[in-house]
Design a protein around this ligand. Structure first.
Ligand code: ADP
Length: 394
């Protein structure tokens, strides 16, 4: 027999059996009948096309749109497994079950390895309906999984794009606002110098408020710019000794340390692959906060690290005023602060910058704290897979 023979589906008897479009690759008419009978017995309302060569298979694949392919392993002029290549070439995802008179274990395993969904021996056709049902179920689940993965990838893509847009907006807005603001600040300053005492008392007060507001806005905009610059200006990653970085930070914070009597206790600080300026900013923001939000005692700040699997876990712990756990996440959001500016100065951007820096390296940052019991800020910095340090398992 050559070409395709169509076996129309039997009329549904009770109307409850699921419909199944099957494509059989089979040269023996009797075997094909047996296969169809096994499927039709109690399980499916089958409409089948039977082919035995590649040309007929391709035609039937497109015309019949089968949900399952049942292929004999050996045909006179073709191999059932080659049907798989045709299915793939057509960009289709249709389960293929090998139905064969005799199939050694090794050949069966080889068929599965090549992509057959399962195999059934012709003297065990009673299994066939269950094997077909499982193949259809797996295909359906696979389809759902693929769709979910696609949706997720699309969402991640959209999120990345909207983040990039937002960052671009923050950068442009803060950058372009600087110039007009400089004018407002300069002229209110001029007004206050030239006319102080020459107008009435209210005027002096109002000019004072205006120049104070302009100055505050300048600081805010500079902070916002600094925030949006993290990740924009990619500095070179180098193997940084955190002990040296901490030493630089001590110098930057020398005045605040001296004034508060702060002590920094470093321990086990490693070298990491990072941008020097950003690592320094990270330590400086955390240690600066530990000094600023101190309690009655002079600040004691320990800075430690330990290696955990594929990352370094850093801890910056202080004996300051602490943070209520319900604010533990909020404080990492831009402009979120827990105190009035008159109590503690600041704009609420320091920790947002820390978070952005840490996440840029694929790490995370969080705080563990209780009011009145000090705070421990923890962050991770992944160890790149290919550093010599990782290879040596240090
Ligand atoms: P800023 O210091 O300008 O307020 P941050 O983003 O650095 O901004 O910190 C946000 C808020 O988190 C602070 O206003 C403060 O309430 C809280 N905070 C940060 N670090 C500490 C700390 N070490 N101890 C107690 N509170 C802290």
């Amino acid at each position: 027999m050559s070409g395709a023979a169509t076996q129309p589906a039997k009329q549904p008897s009770a109307g409850t059996k699921p419909q199944l479009r099957a494509l059989l690759v089979e040269d023996n008419q009797l075997d094909a009948e047996l296969v169809l009978r096994a499927l039709r017995k109690n399980d499916f309302e089958v409409s089948a096309v039977i082919v035995q060569d590649e040309a007929a298979f391709v035609k039937a694949l497109l015309a019949h749109c089968p949900e399952i392919v049942l292929a004999d392993y050996n045909l006179p002029g073709w191999k059932g497994m080659e049907a798989l290549n045709v299915i793939r070439r057509q960009g289709l995802d249709i389960p293929l079950i090998v139905v064969s008179g005799a199939l050694g274990d090794v050949t069966a395993v080889e068929c599965i390895k090549q992509g057959a969904t399962d195999y059934v021996l012709k003297d065990g056709l009673a299994r066939l309906p269950e094997v077909v049902r499982r193949a259809l179920r797996e295909k359906h689940e696979h389809g759902l999984r693929q769709q979910a993965e696609k949706d997720l990838a699309k969402k991640a893509d959209e999120l990345a794009r909207s983040n990039a847009d937002l960052e671009q907006f923050a950068y442009v807005a803060s950058h372009d606002l600087q110039e007009p603001l400089r004018m407002v600040a300069a002229y209110t300053q001029l007004l206050s110098e030239r006319y102080r005492g020459k107008l009435d008392g209210d005027a002096d007060k109002f000019i004072g408020y205006a120049s104070e507001g302009a100055l505050r806005m300048q600081v805010l905009i500079q902070d916002l710019l600094a925030f949006s610059r993290v990740g924009r200006k990619e500095g070179a990653l180098t193997n940084l000794d955190c002990k040296e970085v901490l030493q630089e930070v001590r110098q930057t914070l020398a005045a605040a340390m001296q004034e508060s009597g702060a002590v920094i206790i470093p321990s086990n600080l490693p070298s990491v692959w990072a941008d020097r300026t950003q690592m320094a900013q990270l330590f400086q923001n955390l240690i600066g906060n530990a000094i600023k939000f101190r309690g009655k005692e002079a600040p004691v700040i320990s800075v430690q690290a330990e290696k955990e699997n594929d990352h370094w876990l850093f801890r910056v712990a202080d004996n300051g005023i602490g943070i209520a756990p319900e604010y533990a996440e909020n404080i990492f959001v831009v402009f979120q602060r827990l105190h009035a500016r008159t109590e503690y100065p600041g704009n609420g951007i320091g920790l947002a910058i820390c978070k952005k820096i840490v996440e840029r390296y694929g790490g995370r940052i969080w705080v563990e704290s209780q009011p009145g019991s000090g705070s421990t800020f923890k962050f991770t910095i992944p160890i790149p897979v290919s550093t010599p340090e990782r290879e040596a398992g240090k």
